[in-house]
Write a protein that binds this ligand. Structure first.
Ligand code: MG
Ligand code: MG
Length: 264
Protein backbone atom coordinates (compact mmCIF):
# COMPACT_ATOMS: atom_id res chain seq x y z
CA UNK A 1 0.00 0.00 0.00
CA UNK A 2 1.27 3.45 -0.89
CA UNK A 3 1.30 5.66 2.21
CA UNK A 4 0.49 9.28 1.40
CA UNK A 5 1.64 12.06 3.71
CA UNK A 6 -0.02 15.29 4.80
CA UNK A 7 1.58 18.61 3.93
CA UNK A 8 2.64 18.84 7.57
CA UNK A 9 4.33 15.44 7.38
CA UNK A 10 6.08 16.44 4.16
CA UNK A 11 7.48 19.47 5.99
CA UNK A 12 8.65 17.15 8.77
CA UNK A 13 10.51 15.01 6.24
CA UNK A 14 12.60 17.88 4.90
CA UNK A 15 15.23 18.08 7.68
CA UNK A 16 16.16 14.41 7.25
CA UNK A 17 16.44 14.80 3.47
CA UNK A 18 18.50 17.98 3.78
CA UNK A 19 20.76 16.37 6.34
CA UNK A 20 21.79 13.82 3.74
CA UNK A 21 22.92 16.63 1.43
CA UNK A 22 24.78 18.31 4.28
CA UNK A 23 26.49 15.00 5.09
CA UNK A 24 27.52 14.45 1.47
CA UNK A 25 28.79 18.04 1.37
CA UNK A 26 30.90 17.42 4.46
CA UNK A 27 32.24 14.17 2.99
CA UNK A 28 33.04 15.80 -0.33
CA UNK A 29 35.45 18.21 1.35
CA UNK A 30 37.68 15.23 2.09
CA UNK A 31 37.61 13.43 -1.28
CA UNK A 32 41.11 13.40 -2.75
CA UNK A 33 43.54 10.87 -4.18
CA UNK A 34 44.91 8.66 -1.41
CA UNK A 35 41.98 8.92 0.98
CA UNK A 36 40.43 5.59 1.97
CA UNK A 37 36.72 5.17 1.47
CA UNK A 38 36.42 3.93 5.05
CA UNK A 39 37.76 7.31 6.22
CA UNK A 40 34.94 9.03 4.32
CA UNK A 41 32.46 6.72 6.01
CA UNK A 42 33.76 7.66 9.45
CA UNK A 43 33.44 11.37 8.60
CA UNK A 44 29.84 10.79 7.51
CA UNK A 45 28.85 8.80 10.58
CA UNK A 46 30.38 11.31 12.99
CA UNK A 47 28.69 14.20 11.16
CA UNK A 48 25.28 12.51 11.17
CA UNK A 49 25.45 11.59 14.85
CA UNK A 50 26.69 15.08 15.79
CA UNK A 51 23.42 16.41 14.38
CA UNK A 52 21.37 14.06 16.53
CA UNK A 53 20.46 11.86 13.58
CA UNK A 54 21.13 8.21 12.84
CA UNK A 55 22.88 6.79 9.75
CA UNK A 56 20.02 4.81 8.24
CA UNK A 57 22.17 2.42 6.24
CA UNK A 58 24.24 1.18 9.16
CA UNK A 59 22.87 -2.24 10.04
CA UNK A 60 20.11 -2.01 7.39
CA UNK A 61 19.76 -5.58 6.17
CA UNK A 62 23.20 -6.16 7.65
CA UNK A 63 24.92 -3.33 5.72
CA UNK A 64 28.07 -2.49 7.70
CA UNK A 65 28.50 1.24 7.02
CA UNK A 66 26.86 4.68 6.92
CA UNK A 67 27.61 5.27 3.24
CA UNK A 68 27.51 3.20 0.10
CA UNK A 69 30.62 4.18 -1.85
CA UNK A 70 30.72 2.76 -5.35
CA UNK A 71 33.73 3.50 -7.54
CA UNK A 72 33.90 3.48 -11.35
CA UNK A 73 32.27 0.23 -12.56
CA UNK A 74 30.53 -0.28 -9.19
CA UNK A 75 26.91 0.83 -9.62
CA UNK A 76 25.64 0.98 -6.03
CA UNK A 77 25.98 -0.59 -2.56
CA UNK A 78 29.80 -0.53 -2.48
CA UNK A 79 31.32 -1.09 0.95
CA UNK A 80 33.62 1.53 2.40
CA UNK A 81 37.01 -0.14 2.75
CA UNK A 82 40.76 0.46 2.78
CA UNK A 83 40.58 1.15 -0.96
CA UNK A 84 42.19 4.48 -1.78
CA UNK A 85 40.62 6.98 -4.12
CA UNK A 86 42.64 7.64 -7.25
CA UNK A 87 42.86 10.51 -9.70
CA UNK A 88 40.13 10.26 -12.32
CA UNK A 89 37.85 8.04 -10.23
CA UNK A 90 34.09 8.31 -10.49
CA UNK A 91 32.64 7.94 -7.01
CA UNK A 92 28.96 7.41 -6.29
CA UNK A 93 28.05 8.05 -2.68
CA UNK A 94 24.64 7.13 -1.33
CA UNK A 95 23.60 8.15 2.17
CA UNK A 96 20.58 7.82 4.44
CA UNK A 97 19.74 9.81 7.57
CA UNK A 98 16.96 9.11 10.05
CA UNK A 99 15.96 12.26 11.89
CA UNK A 100 12.89 12.95 14.02
CA UNK A 101 11.43 9.68 12.85
CA UNK A 102 11.74 10.34 9.12
CA UNK A 103 14.21 9.00 6.59
CA UNK A 104 16.13 10.97 3.98
CA UNK A 105 17.93 9.05 1.22
CA UNK A 106 19.99 10.77 -1.44
CA UNK A 107 22.98 10.05 -3.67
CA UNK A 108 25.49 12.03 -5.72
CA UNK A 109 28.25 10.95 -8.08
CA UNK A 110 31.56 12.79 -7.88
CA UNK A 111 34.27 13.13 -10.53
CA UNK A 112 37.79 13.22 -9.13
CA UNK A 113 40.18 15.56 -10.94
CA UNK A 114 41.42 13.93 -14.11
CA UNK A 115 38.17 12.07 -14.85
CA UNK A 116 37.63 11.11 -18.47
CA UNK A 117 35.39 13.34 -20.58
CA UNK A 118 33.10 10.41 -21.40
CA UNK A 119 32.64 9.68 -17.70
CA UNK A 120 31.87 13.31 -16.92
CA UNK A 121 29.25 13.34 -19.65
CA UNK A 122 27.66 10.25 -18.13
CA UNK A 123 27.38 12.07 -14.81
CA UNK A 124 25.86 15.14 -16.45
CA UNK A 125 23.27 13.13 -18.37
CA UNK A 126 22.38 10.94 -15.36
CA UNK A 127 21.79 14.02 -13.21
CA UNK A 128 19.72 15.62 -15.97
CA UNK A 129 17.66 12.44 -16.26
CA UNK A 130 16.86 12.61 -12.55
CA UNK A 131 15.35 16.08 -13.02
CA UNK A 132 13.43 14.92 -16.09
CA UNK A 133 11.99 12.12 -13.95
CA UNK A 134 11.08 14.60 -11.20
CA UNK A 135 9.22 16.76 -13.74
CA UNK A 136 6.85 13.85 -14.35
CA UNK A 137 5.79 13.75 -10.68
CA UNK A 138 2.46 15.46 -11.28
CA UNK A 139 -0.88 14.35 -9.90
CA UNK A 140 -2.57 12.18 -12.51
CA UNK A 141 0.58 11.18 -14.35
CA UNK A 142 1.95 7.69 -13.76
CA UNK A 143 5.10 5.98 -12.60
CA UNK A 144 5.60 4.69 -16.14
CA UNK A 145 5.82 8.29 -17.36
CA UNK A 146 8.68 8.89 -14.93
CA UNK A 147 10.47 5.71 -15.96
CA UNK A 148 10.02 6.52 -19.62
CA UNK A 149 11.43 10.03 -19.17
CA UNK A 150 14.61 8.72 -17.54
CA UNK A 151 15.06 5.74 -19.83
CA UNK A 152 14.42 7.49 -23.13
CA UNK A 153 16.75 10.36 -22.28
CA UNK A 154 19.64 8.15 -21.13
CA UNK A 155 19.23 5.69 -23.97
CA UNK A 156 19.34 8.53 -26.48
CA UNK A 157 23.02 8.85 -25.48
CA UNK A 158 23.56 5.11 -25.88
CA UNK A 159 23.77 4.55 -22.13
CA UNK A 160 22.52 1.53 -20.22
CA UNK A 161 19.62 1.84 -17.76
CA UNK A 162 20.05 -0.66 -14.93
CA UNK A 163 16.94 -2.78 -14.47
CA UNK A 164 17.64 -4.78 -11.31
CA UNK A 165 17.55 -1.81 -8.93
CA UNK A 166 15.13 1.06 -8.55
CA UNK A 167 13.85 3.94 -6.46
CA UNK A 168 11.12 3.58 -3.85
CA UNK A 169 8.58 5.17 -1.60
CA UNK A 170 10.07 6.83 1.47
CA UNK A 171 8.78 7.88 4.87
CA UNK A 172 9.22 6.59 8.40
CA UNK A 173 11.24 3.76 6.83
CA UNK A 174 13.63 3.84 3.90
CA UNK A 175 11.77 1.52 1.59
CA UNK A 176 8.03 1.91 1.16
CA UNK A 177 5.79 1.16 -1.76
CA UNK A 178 5.86 1.79 -4.67
CA UNK A 179 8.96 0.71 -6.56
CA UNK A 180 10.09 3.60 -8.75
CA UNK A 181 11.59 2.10 -11.89
CA UNK A 182 14.02 3.99 -14.10
CA UNK A 183 12.43 2.56 -17.22
CA UNK A 184 8.87 2.15 -18.39
CA UNK A 185 6.12 2.95 -20.82
CA UNK A 186 4.12 6.15 -20.90
CA UNK A 187 0.65 5.90 -19.38
CA UNK A 188 1.38 2.76 -17.35
CA UNK A 189 1.88 2.06 -13.65
CA UNK A 190 0.39 3.62 -10.52
CA UNK A 191 -0.93 7.18 -10.73
CA UNK A 192 0.83 9.86 -8.73
CA UNK A 193 -1.33 11.02 -5.86
CA UNK A 194 -1.10 14.03 -3.62
CA UNK A 195 1.15 13.28 -0.64
CA UNK A 196 3.22 10.51 -2.20
CA UNK A 197 6.88 10.75 -1.19
CA UNK A 198 9.40 8.87 -3.28
CA UNK A 199 13.12 8.49 -3.81
CA UNK A 200 14.02 8.67 -7.52
CA UNK A 201 17.44 7.25 -8.32
CA UNK A 202 18.59 6.60 -11.88
CA UNK A 203 21.51 4.16 -12.08
CA UNK A 204 23.02 4.57 -15.52
CA UNK A 205 25.98 2.91 -17.23
CA UNK A 206 28.31 4.07 -19.96
CA UNK A 207 28.07 0.69 -21.66
CA UNK A 208 25.88 -2.35 -21.29
CA UNK A 209 23.06 -2.22 -18.74
CA UNK A 210 23.79 -5.67 -17.31
CA UNK A 211 25.10 -5.83 -13.77
CA UNK A 212 26.47 -8.56 -11.53
CA UNK A 213 26.10 -8.88 -7.74
CA UNK A 214 29.23 -9.77 -5.84
CA UNK A 215 29.67 -12.47 -3.23
CA UNK A 216 29.50 -9.90 -0.44
CA UNK A 217 25.77 -9.84 -1.21
CA UNK A 218 25.76 -6.08 -1.80
CA UNK A 219 28.22 -4.57 -4.27
CA UNK A 220 27.10 -4.67 -7.85
CA UNK A 221 29.18 -3.74 -10.85
CA UNK A 222 28.61 -3.49 -14.56
CA UNK A 223 29.31 -6.76 -16.37
CA UNK A 224 31.34 -4.98 -19.05
CA UNK A 225 33.21 -2.92 -16.39
CA UNK A 226 31.94 0.33 -17.90
CA UNK A 227 31.54 3.32 -15.60
CA UNK A 228 28.25 3.80 -13.74
CA UNK A 229 26.58 6.87 -12.24
CA UNK A 230 23.90 7.24 -9.58
CA UNK A 231 21.97 10.33 -8.51
CA UNK A 232 19.05 10.28 -6.06
CA UNK A 233 16.59 12.87 -4.76
CA UNK A 234 13.62 12.60 -2.41
CA UNK A 235 10.47 14.09 -3.91
CA UNK A 236 6.98 14.86 -2.60
CA UNK A 237 4.02 15.04 -4.96
CA UNK A 238 1.81 18.03 -4.17
CA UNK A 239 -1.05 19.92 -5.83
CA UNK A 240 1.51 22.50 -6.91
CA UNK A 241 3.72 19.84 -8.49
CA UNK A 242 6.84 18.00 -7.34
CA UNK A 243 8.74 19.31 -4.32
CA UNK A 244 12.35 18.16 -4.03
CA UNK A 245 13.00 17.49 -0.33
CA UNK A 246 16.71 16.75 -0.63
CA UNK A 247 19.23 19.20 -2.05
CA UNK A 248 22.54 19.26 -3.93
CA UNK A 249 23.21 22.92 -3.09
CA UNK A 250 25.58 22.29 -0.17
CA UNK A 251 27.30 19.47 -2.05
CA UNK A 252 27.97 21.56 -5.14
CA UNK A 253 29.19 24.51 -3.06
CA UNK A 254 31.64 22.13 -1.37
CA UNK A 255 32.81 20.69 -4.69
CA UNK A 256 33.67 24.20 -5.86
CA UNK A 257 36.04 24.58 -2.91
CA UNK A 258 37.77 21.20 -3.42
CA UNK A 259 40.47 21.35 -6.10
CA UNK A 260 40.47 17.55 -6.26
CA UNK A 261 36.91 17.44 -7.60
CA UNK A 262 35.32 18.61 -10.82
CA UNK A 263 31.87 20.15 -10.75
CA UNK A 264 29.79 18.59 -13.49
MG1 MG B 1 20.00 6.00 -1.59
MG1 MG C 1 17.12 4.98 -2.31
Amino acid sequence: MIKVKTLEEIEQMKPAALMVGDTLAEVSKFIKPGVKTLELDTIAEEFIRSKGAVPTFKGYGGFPASLCISINEAVVHGFPSSREIKEGDIISIDCGCTFNGWVGDSAYTFAVKGAKEEDKKLLKVTKESLYLGIKECQIGRRLGDLGYAIQSYCESFGYGVVRELCGHGLGHVMHEEPNVLNYGRKGTGAKFREGMTIAIEPMITLGNKEIVFHNDGWTCTTVDCSTAAHFEHDVAITKEGPVILSSYKAIEEAIKTNDNLELI
